[in-house]
Design a protein around this ligand. Structure first.
Ligand code: AMO
Length: 435
């Protein structure tokens, strides 16, 4: 008969029963005549007690990370995890490690350096503290989907190999595609806009690629982009309202689905205000000039230090860890950006700052074919590479807009990580292409 496996966390409810657990040997402690094995599975830890001849038999000597199956009797034990342990065990090794892990996975504090952790990700991420950010990411994505499904969005999947670049400021990886030059998608931007013409409201969770030449704590060469796009908007404010619901849904999902991971990391979840405060780019620069002794007016973008200052200002003035900065200058925004009516040097776009960092970019887009041709011409760009993209606009597109949220940045900010690489399973950057 197949083995009926129970999880470590279920043992306290099974006192007196004979059960089978399966997992990894997390830690072994040897006392005079007793050996304690601590087994780790996805639910937590289970203590196994070997006494008498069992304690000296071969099973007691397995190295850490051996995959074990243990059948034994669940016995109340106040000092064991959850108040229960397995006694009179029969231990079978399902597979043994070829070498010890790069550091002790059972120690509560991780002292290994980030490069060591990343070099050994398949085993290092088994450490509960190093696994926890990824549990939070997964919960966040579930919340993103739940929130947008609830608003009648359709999930889409779009190509990651494309014929032209979309995000003018960002760097693009060129690849060889059957002898033709192609690019790794920097964003699903074109496709999600085109699909507004089909579904009205769409979202996508997927990888995007940026040939980032900077080695910073907040940039990856591949990251997970949470994208949404919706039609029939009045302007970017309708997009910001959807984003507010998404942030509330993600925060709530993390609370419900990843509470233990948050507790383990001491992650404090933000309150998402009913109305997230917003400030126009021009006004933001005036504030910075008036209060910081630096004068950024005339600059087309915000410096990271100024984003941090504005975040602190929003917390002080509005009690909010989120701040919308709207109206970024058109010169710094991609060609699909909709200008601000009456002030065409500014745009109907926004960034969302969260705990000092840009977390989301979004805005209203151009929706008329002739406006795209004019925008490309004004930037000295040929419409030819965009023929496929522009086709959608030849057939009637509603006023629309959308946003993209960087998943790793979100998780890093939630847990207060010093480096975004702690929130990517296998980060890809300037120096890292393996494991
Ligand atoms: P943007 O280029 O600003 O906008 O990217 C959106 C969000 O993605 C995150 N992000 C990154 N995260 C990790 N590493 C990187 N190298 C990196 N670059 C960006 C940030 C950022 O706010 N098409 C538009 C979105 C839209 O208008 O819908 C876009 O891609 O959190």
């Amino acid at each position: 008969a197949p083995t009926h496996r129970v999880l470590a966390a279920e043992l306290p409810a099974l006192i007196g029963r004979e059960v089978t657990v399966q997992g990894w040997l997390h830690r072994r402690r040897t006392l005079k005549s007793v050996v304690f094995l601590v087994l780790r599975d996805r639910s937590g830890l289970a203590q196994i007690v070997l006494t008498g001849p069992e304690a000296t038999a071969g099973v007691a000597g397995h190295p850490e990370e051996t995959v074990l199956q243990v059948t034994g009797t669940v016995t109340a034990a106040p000092q064991a995890p959850g108040g229960a342990e397995l006694t009179s065990p029969r231990v079978t090794a399902l597979s043994g490690p070829a070498e010890p892990p790069p550091f002790d996975l059972y120690r509560p504090a991780v002292t290994a350096s980030l490069p060591t952790i990343l070099d050994h990700a398949p085993v290092a991420l088994r450490h509960p503290v190093l696994r926890a950010p990824h549990v939070i990411s997964a919960a966040s994505v579930a919340g993103f989907r739940e929130a947008l499904d609830g608003l009648a969005f359709t999930e889409i999947h779009t190509p990651k190999v494309v014929a032209s670049a979309t995000e003018s400021g960002a760097n693009v990886f060129a690849i060889d595609w059957f002898g033709t030059r192609a690019y790794l998608a920097q964003s699903p931007q074109f496709f999600k806009q085109a699909m507004v013409g089909v579904f009205e409201r769409v979202y996508e969770v997927g990888p995007v690629f940026r040939a980032e030449p900077h080695d910073t704590a907040r940039h990856l060469a591949q990251y997970t982009s949470l994208d949404a796009e919706l039609g029939f908007v009045t302007d970017h404010r309708d997009v910001m309202a959807v984003l507010r619901e998404v942030l509330a849904g993600m925060t709530d999902a993390v609370r419900r689905r990843a509470g233990d991971a948050c507790a383990l990391l001491g992650a404090a979840l933000p309150a998402v205000p009913e109305r997230i405060p917003e400030i126009h780019f021009a006004r933001a620069q005036e504030l910075i000039a008036a209060h910081t002794g630096e004068d950024p007016r005339g600059e087309p973008d915000l410096a990271p230090a100024h984003e941090r200052w504005l975040s602190e200002w929003a917390l002080r003035e509005h009690g909010s860890e989120f701040l919308f900065v709207t109206g970024y200058p058109m010169v710094k925004r991609p060609f699909y950006t909709h200008p601000e009516p009456g002030r065409p040097e500014y745009s109907n776009s926004f960034d969302l700052l969260f705990r000092g960092l840009e977390l989301v970019t979004g805005g209203q887009r151009l929706h008329r074919h002739e406006d795209y041709l004019a925008a490309l011409a004004a930037r000295g760009e040929s419409p030819e590479p965009y023929t496929g993209y522009l086709a959608a606009f030849r057939h009637g597109m509603p006023p629309h807009g959308g946003f993209a949220l960087g998943l790793e940045r979100w998780t890093a900010r939630l847990i207060g990580a010093d480096n975004i690489r702690r929130t990517a399973l296998f980060p890809r950057d300037l120096h890292r292409l393996t494991p």
